[in-house]
Design a protein around this ligand. Structure first.
Ligand code: HEC
Ligand code: HEC
Length: 298
């Protein structure tokens, strides 16, 4: 509904435009230099090159009538469909009404599809080709901008196709991740350490994934790791899915395994944020996406 200002604004402009067209037609029809008996010059009065004159004849009648028909059409259209501010047309058509009818038809069609999936258990959903095709389309719309269209992720966005999970690959866990989001918190634990102690820690983290860089440094780094890091990442670096603390001993990296990146992670902390989708996607849709995501790694 328009406010009364816009209501009148639309009415006045619409009616005034139509009336102006009407007036323009009447006016141009009358403009001619011919006199009543058809005498006179019949020109606009403009003369070029001494004797070149422009005739000024009225529009042909059939042409003029076409214009009158368009004006009549405008009034009939406005009467049937509305268009004058808040005044509705006699057919009762509205944009909102049309939108709602179309949405209703679409959601009824979808309801039929979802009803089938609702009856399937999680395991069958993961292996159902049609369900995965739908899940893939939903993923492309809602998740691909962060996790990539192939779900392989990117730096700081986890790869969802491998077997390395921050939070776990249980169906309910993935549903939880999608519905409520996740906030990974890697705190800065090394405020009290000097640069060389940090460098040793970094070497130790690298050594967990098999890099044989400097056994001596790694051994020193291990001491601080055992004090500062095991609570979340585990004594052997195998991580903790309850906290979303990544496994550090598999050479699969969320942020990167180069010494500079590990140093940055440790000295500045990390806060990976996966947004909650429960208000954005219906439960049926979240379930299809979860099944699709799990189909990629299974
Ligand atoms: C704005 C970017 C963004 C969007 C959109 C997004 N994610 Fe995420 N997602 C992330 C980040 C970042 C993480 C890692 C969170 C962390 O570091 O703890 C994550 C984590 C995850 C995880 C946990 C992975 C693991 O190893 O346990 C899953 C599963 C996941 N996302 C699925 C999805 C799905 C499905 C969608 C679409 C509905 C989606 N994400 C949309 C950024 C996003
Ligand atoms: C309170 C729990 C906690 C503690 C303590 C902690 N971390 Fe983390 N760490 C995390 C979490 C959670 C993440 C993932 C952050 C994210 O999702 O953005 C992480 C991420 C990392 C990463 C990034 C891994 C990758 O794949 O890129 C490294 C490296 C790391 N931690 C090393 C350490 C080291 C070394 C220490 C000890 C100095 C430590 N962390 C202490 C929870 C912790």
């Amino acid at each position: 509904m328009l406010t009364s200002f816009w209501h009148w604004y639309v009415i006045i402009i619409t009616v005034a435009t139509i009336l102006a067209c009407f007036w323009l037609l009447r006016w141009t029809k009358g403009v001619s230099n011919r006199d009543e008996e058809g005498g006179g010059t019949g020109t606009t009065g403009h003369v070029w090159d001494e004797d070149l004159v422009e005739l000024n004849n009225p529009l042909p009648r059939w042409w003029l009538q076409l214009f009158y028909i368009t004006i009549a059409f405008a009034f009939i259209y406005l009467a049937l469909f509305g268009g004058l501010g808040n005044i509705g047309g006699v057919l009762g058509w509205t944009q909102e009404g049309q939108y709602e009818t179309e949405m209703k038809t679409a959601s009824e069609a979808q309801e039929a599809i979802f009803a089938r999936y609702r009856q399937m258990d999680n395991e069958s959903l993961i292996t159902d080709a049609d369900a995965n095709a739908t899940g893939q389309r939903l993923f492309a719309n809602s998740c691909a901008m962060c996790h990539g269209s192939d779900a392989r992720g990117a730096r700081s966005f986890p790869n969802l196709t491998d077997s390395d999970w921050l939070y776990g690959d249980g169906f309910d866990t993935v549903m939880q991740t999608i519905s409520n989001g996740r906030a990974g918190v890697m705190p800065v634990m090394v405020a009290g350490l000097d640069d060389s102690a940090i460098a040793e820690l970094v070497v130790y983290v690298q050594s967990l994934s098999g890099s044989q860089i400097n056994a001596d440094m790694a051994a020193k780094g291990k001491k601080n790791f055992d004090i500062l890091c095991v609570a979340c990442h585990g004594a052997d670096g195998s991580g903790n899915q309850a906290l979303g603390a990544p496994r550090l001993n598999d050479d699969i990296w969320l942020y990167g395994g180069e010494p500079e990146t590990i140093t940055k992670t440790i000295t500045e902390g990390r806060n990976g944020n996966m947004p909650a989708h429960k208000d954005l996607l219906s439960e049926d849709r979240r379930r299809l996406i979860a099944a699709y995501v799990l189909s990629l790694s299974k």
